[in-house]
Every structure is written in C-alpha cells, then in structure tokens.
Write a protein that binds this ligand. Structure first.
Ligand code: GDP
Ligand code: IMO
Ligand code: MG
Length: 427
C-alpha cells in the first residue's frame, strides 16, 4: 500500500498545490477530504499559473483520478466555474468524481458567512466568505443537504425550499438583511443537480479499492494545521480538520491507511485573516517578504501577513499530524536578506516554552526566541539538487529540520513544477 498525505503545516498557503501537482505524476488518485472553495491551490507549469479551489491538484496529470471526498463542503456553482476554466485551458476534466456524501454549500451559506463576519465588526475572523462555517454548522446540526439529495429532483426541491425558508427567517429576522432568492436558488440547483449526476460516486469505495490494489493514493490537505477546528488557533480557524487525521473521516479510510505524511511548510510564515502569529513582522521586513514571495491570497487576493519561520508551530504541527517528512517551500524568496531568523521557542519573562499553548491570551504574552543565520544573498531558483545550493541555504534547511524534529525531504526553489529538489523520495 502506498498512501501519502500532504498537509499544510502552518496557516495555509504553504505551497501544497505545487507539491501535490509535482507528486501527482506518480499518483493514481488524488483525494480531497475537507474544506471547500476556501482553498486556493496554485499550480505553475511551464510558467503558466492555475488556481484550484475545489478540484484536486492532481487534475493537471492525465490519468490521475481526482476525488472530492465526503468531508468536503461542495460548492456546485464554484465547481462548474472551475471545470469551465480548466476546459478552456485544454485540461481534461473527465477524471473527477464527487462523493455522494459531501455536504452542499448554498448561496445562503455564503450570505450568512458575510453577515456573521460583518456583525462581528472588529472581532471578525477574516473568513474567505465562501460559506464554509455556515455549511459545516448545518452538517453538524444535522440539517444540511448532501450531494446524494440532489439525485431525486422532487424531494431535493422540497428539502431545499424548506431550508431556504428556515435560513431566510434568520437572515431577515436576526440580521435584518434582504432574504435569499428562493426561486433562483432552487432553479439553479436543480440545473446543477442534472449536470453533476455523471460526477457522483460512492468515492469511499473507490479510494478503498485503490488502496487495496496497492495503487499510489495521495491525500490532498487544504488549509493548514493551525487552522484546524480542534487543534488550531481557535477561534481563528476554519471549520474542518486540515490535519492528516481529517482524511479518515473526510475520505472514509481507516486510520492505518496513510503510510507517509508530508508536512508542507514555507521557509518563513504567512497568515491570511485574523488571529495571533508570534513571529509576525508587521514592518518593512515583512513587507519585503510579501513582495518577494508575491504573498497575496489565491482565493481572495488579500495581502498575507508575513514573518519568520516558527519552529514551535512546526513541532506542534509535526506532532498532531504524525509528519514523516517536510516539503520546505519558497526557499528562493529568502535569497535577498543579510541575515535570517528561525524561531525555536517562545519566552515570557524568564520562562520559555516549546509547545504551542491553547489559550490565545497566554500566547499573546510570549515573544519568539530566535536563532540567527547568515543569508546566502543569491538566486537559488535554478538549483535542482541539494548540493548545488549555497552552504548558507543548506545550513538553513538543516536548522529547520533540527528545530522541527522532522527531515526535510523536498526543497522548493520556485513556483514551477520543475523548481523542485528531492532529497528523499516520499512516494
Ligand atoms: P497552497 O494553498 O498551499 O496550495 O498555496 P498557495 O498556492 O495558496 O500559495 C503558495 C504560493 O507560492 C503560490 O503563489 C505558488 O505559486 C507559490 N510557490 C510555491 N512554491 C514556491 C517556491 O518554492 N518558490 C516561490 N517563489 N513560489 C512558490
Ligand atoms: P489553502 O488550502 C489560508 C483562513 C481564512 C480565515 C480562516 C477561516 O489555500 O491553504 P474560512 O473561510 O475557512 O471560514 O476562513 O481560515 N483560510 C485560509 N488561509 N489558506 C487557505 O486555504 C485558507 N482557507 C481558509 O483566511 O482566516
Ligand atoms: Mg492557498
């Protein structure tokens, strides 16, 4: 069996899309198990950039089966927009399957996401406003509609109408906002239901069969471990489980199915949306990283907050994921700095901690402890093997593995598929 999970080690946008596309050339199947169209996974092939949201990043590899698993909240509107964009670019989309158990995101979820965020004022979470939280709320509250509900038009119409009536009572009564357009939503979703029919499968059966047949199955994480609803920086998190454990419920596989867990990490740290971030550089240095790394969200276009590498986050993330190897991304972005800092612990007064605390108030009292290393001051984006990197860059990679306690198996030196250094095969 060769099942590999690729997860975000930080707060998302670590470069998962790039590395999944790279590894997908060897994958028979790529499986998403959580999140929805809040994800923005960038794949660059021969200088051409593609942004994927719901569709797995294996889609660029012909022959790879792409699964949207039961744990994903499925935005039908976004899905067909993505399919159209891929087809326009000549990419085949006949190898994509959607779980009949996936919950549906409706326009009223997006509206409620926006209304809740606006109502929070300064205490907003900075969500992507893609309806993720409200859709998972319905799932957990047991009132959500699933892809399988779409397959019987008459009962789907009735269930959807009842849902829209219920949501409009909240939208109008609590938020004082104009109601969602019932007739339009029903008509649009009955049309999506017909178009979706050929994509729908019991995907858990497909994943199980692939694993049992010894095929290479790659589980594609969305978001990042620090955005996990249980283990992240709550409440500044998403509403699903981006950690490796999320695939057992999100794809319907047993806990023992995943053999290797690759934690994707930036060589520095970014975060988009609100919430604490100990190594943040809210200054000129952070702005320089943002410009050099083109750190603007693939889904919302928002500028990402930037800071130094945080080893406390990485160690925590490695523990909760069972990470067996790291993919260290965007190392090339650091080629312009005289010196570089890596956080290895947090300090408060004379006390230091090396585990990530639960309480954000407690976290706010800590400041980072740094190891300072010299920069390499050159362009490394053309390097294709580890030994070709300047000594200072190799030392930086070694410091990351020492602080994180996990070997760096892949180093990425540019956004393109080809700008990848494999130190140890993961598949
Ligand atoms: P994801 O959500 O984890 O898939 O990451 P995003 O696609 O949202 O953000 C990562 C960004 O970094 C994208 O613009 C990628 O094209 C880019 N990227 C990925 N790896 C590298 C790298 O090694 N170097 C540089 N310069 N850019 C990279
Ligand atoms: P990928 O897969 C980075 C963040 C949002 C916000 C919080 C909650 O591209 O790494 P949500 O819309 O999920 O309710 O927002 O989570 N967030 C992401 N940040 N990358 C992502 O996905 C994200 N998906 C959600 O900015 O802080
Ligand atoms: Mg992203």
């Amino acid at each position: 069996m060769a099942a590999l999970a690729v997860v975000g080690s930080q707060w998302g946008d670590e470069g998962k899309g790039k590395i999944i596309d790279y590894l997908a050339k060897k994958a028979d199947m790529v499986v998403r198990g959580q999140g929805g169209s809040n994800a923005g996974h960038t794949v660059v092939i021969g200088g051409r950039k593609y942004a994927l949201h719901l569709i797995p990043s294996g889609v660029m590899n012909e022959g790879t089966v792409n699964i949207i698993g039961n744990g994903v909240v499925f935005d039908a509107e976004g899905f067909f927009e993505e399919i159209a964009a891929l087809e326009k670019d000549g990419i085949k989309t006949d190898n994509i399957f959607v779980s009949d158990r996936a919950h549906l995101v409706f326009p009223y979820h997006k509206l409620l996401d926006a209304l809740s965020e606006d109502a929070r004022g300064d205490r907003d979470l900075g969500t992507t406003r893609k309806g993720i939280g409200p859709a998972y709320m319905d799932k957990i509250e047991r009132s959500g509609l699933r892809v399988c509900d779409m397959l019987d038009a008459e009962s789907f119409r009735e269930k959807l109408q009842a849902q829209i009536d219920a949501k409009n009572r909240v939208i109008e009564g609590i938020f004082g906002a104009p109601p969602a357009d019932k007739a339009k939503i029903v008509a649009d979703f009955l049309a999506y239901a017909e178009r979706l029919r050929p994509y729908v499968r019991d995907t858990g059966v497909m994943v199980d069969a692939a694993i049992k047949a010894g095929k290479n199955v790659l589980f594609e994480g969305a978001q990042g471990s620090m955005l996990d609803i249980d283990l992240g920086t709550y409440p500044y998190v998403t509403s699903s489980h981006p950690i490796s454990g999320g695939f057992t419920t999100g794809a319907g596989v047993g806990a023992g199915a995943i053999r290797e867990v690759v934690g994707v990490t930036k060589a520095y740290t970014t975060r988009v949306g609100k919430g604490p971030f100990v190594t943040e550089l809210d200054n000129e240095l952070g702005a320089r990283i943002r410009e050099l790394g083109h750190e603007y969200g693939a889904t919302t276009g928002r500028p990402r907050r930037c800071g130094w590498f945080d080893g406390v986050v990485l160690r925590y993330s490695a523990r909760v994921n069972g990470t067996t190897g790291l993919a260290l991304m965007l190392l090339d972005v650091l080629g312009d700095f005289d010196e570089l800092k890596l956080c290895h612990g947090y300090a408060r007064g004379g006390k230091t901690i090396s585990d990530f605390p639960a309480s954000l108030d407690a976290l706010a009292a800590y400041s980072p402890l740094y190891l300072t290393l010299p920069g390499w001051k050159c362009d490394i984006s053309g390097c294709r093997d580890f030994d070709a990197l300047p000594a200072a860059a190799r030392d930086y990679v070694k410091a990351v593995e020492e602080i994180a306690g996990v070997p760096v198996k892949i180093v990425s030196v540019g956004p393109d598929r080809e700008q990848t250094i494999i130190r140890e095969e993961v598949f």
